[in-house]
Design a protein around this ligand. Structure first.
Ligand SMILES: *Cc1c(COP(=O)(O)O)cnc(C)c1O
Length: 452
């Protein structure tokens, strides 16, 4: 039997302490998620160190990857900005205390009201298309914007392994195409006619895209910025927003690729980016949070079907939506722990790990070799700090689980802080007919004499 890796030892310590403190409990708290805040700090530090300090760089965390306000506030304290793509994410970024000039608003569907709000606040805006630019023209009138404004370009270089995650295909829904006939010239005119268009934005990812493809996409954006500046005869474009999209290794505890590796690729493909002529914005999401979070759930029942053992757990489609609906693209590692949180050491048995939802596809893993799970054991679902428990799916009225931040002191002591309370399934939202269609919350009661 091999020993546990340092990361696995850390998870074991966290789980044992979580059980001891009642954060995981077979009656009250069947499912909970954990964010390793020390790990987040180390990751953000590695991001800052990977990029040169000059020219000015703003690392804007992509809020959709984990939009819990205390998580965003922690990232702000660690020196990051925030990239938002909806009014809801903008509201959360402001609630987390980000200064407007450290917020970047990207969305392919910004409304007029959202644009006015963003311009009033002075939030950076990346326009997605010409119709949006026309709205910005009207909103500005003769005003010079406080906001930095750019246009999202699509290099149309091609996609990666996951179609739904590929933004740089020839027919992607995002941005203005650079390679379509006549398109580049039209965009150059748009920049020439608008001296306040001073940024170029691209986001050429994400999960499943080779680094070299991403770096070539950024190189196309930089080349376009150079072309604008030489066309207008001055340095109108002063910044490049290179987007996020660094893929994450879901296969083991190693962090690969690193931010350093990506910066190396960027230097190779577009040295101009680091020449000092451009400020840089980045928008990493998954690579900042994914490996710093995990989800834990009790096994409720086990059974055998068609000769295969199945463990029915409380973690499924509500916290691992992409994995359940697209298991080949989004496989997740699972660890088996006993009910006290200690890693199980039995020999591997191939089994299915199922979620609680009432549809047959609600499986976290199929035919996975793990120590045989038993009722009352805990499964840990790894690398779920981004796009998983923070983005719950409300199928079957399954409640959002609590999310706990974890810090470990030098002597190994584990301290928790609540990042999101568990949703109470008995707290039922119902429309309030008297009050302008708002929701009121109604406390449902279990029938006093049982059902039926
Ligand atoms: C989703 C998104 C990101 C973050 O992508 P990750 O793969 O999580 O790094 C950054 N920028 C834009 C515009 C996005 O849509």
């Amino acid at each position: 039997m091999t020993g546990l890796t340092p990361a696995a030892q850390r998870r074991e310590r966290i789980l044992r302490e979580a059980v001891r403190q009642g954060l995981l409990d077979r009656e009250q708290s069947l499912l909970a998620a954990f964010v390793d805040l020390d790990g987040v700090a180390a990751t953000v530090d590695s991001l800052h160190r990977a990029f040169p300090s000059a020219p000015r760089v703003l690392h804007a965390f992509a809020a959709k990857a984990n939009s819990l306000v205390p998580v965003l506030a922690e990232l702000r304290r660690l020196g990051m900005g925030c990239e938002v793509a909806t009014a809801g994410e903008l509201a959360r970024s402001l609630a987390a205390g980000f200064a407007p000039d450290r917020i970047v608003f990207d969305s392919p569907a910004k409304t007029e009201a959202e644009l006015l709000r963003a311009l009033d606040l002075g939030v950076t805006i990346n326009a997605d298309n010409y119709q949006e630019l026309a709205r910005i023209d009207r909103a500005l009138g003769d005003r010079v914007p406080v906001s930095r404004i750019g246009v999202r370009v699509n290099s149309q270089l091609g996609g990666g392994a996951i179609a739904a995650m590929s933004t740089a295909t020839s027919t992607s829904k995002f941005g203005v195409p650079l390679a379509d006939p006549g398109s580049r010239r039209e965009l150059l005119r748009a920049y020439r006619d608008r001296p306040w268009l001073t940024w170029v934005h691209t986001h050429a990812g994400s999960q499943g895209c080779p680094l070299d493809l991403m770096a070539r996409g950024v190189a196309e954006a930089v080349a376009f910025a150079e072309e604008v500046n030489s066309t207008v005869g001055r340095r109108q474009v002063v910044g490049i927003d290179i987007g996020g999209g660094l893929p994450v290794n879901f296969a083991d505890d190693e962090t690969t690729p690193t931010f350093d590796t990506y910066v190396g690729q960027l230097r190779a493909h577009t040295p101009t980016l680091f020449s000092g002529g451009y400020e840089i914005v980045t928008e990493f999401g998954r690579s900042v949070l994914a490996k710093n979070g995990f989800t834990a759930a009790y096994v409720e029942y086990t059974k055998s079907m068609g000769g295969r053992p199945i463990a029915v757990t409380h973690a499924g489609v509500q916290v691992a939506t992409r994995t359940v609906f697209n298991p080949d693209a989004w496989p997740l590692r699972i660890e088996a722990h006993d009910g006290g949180g200690t890693a199980k050491r039995g020999g591997p048995v191939r089994q299915d790990i199922a979620g609680p939802a009432c549809f047959a596809g609600d499986l976290l893993a199929r035919d996975r070799a793990l120590p045989l799970l038993e009722p009352g054991d805990i499964v840990a679902v790894l690398d779920t700090g981004a796009y998983h428990f923070s983005t719950p799916f409300h199928y079957n009225s399954l409640p959002e689980p609590a999310v706990h931040g974890v810090r470990t002191s030098d002597d190994g002591r584990v301290a928790f802080e609540l990042l999101r309370p568990a949703q109470d399934p008995w707290d039922v939202p119902v429309p309030d007919r008297s009050g302008h269609g708002r929701l009121r919350r109604e406390r449902a009661h279990e029938p006093a004499h049982g059902v039926g």
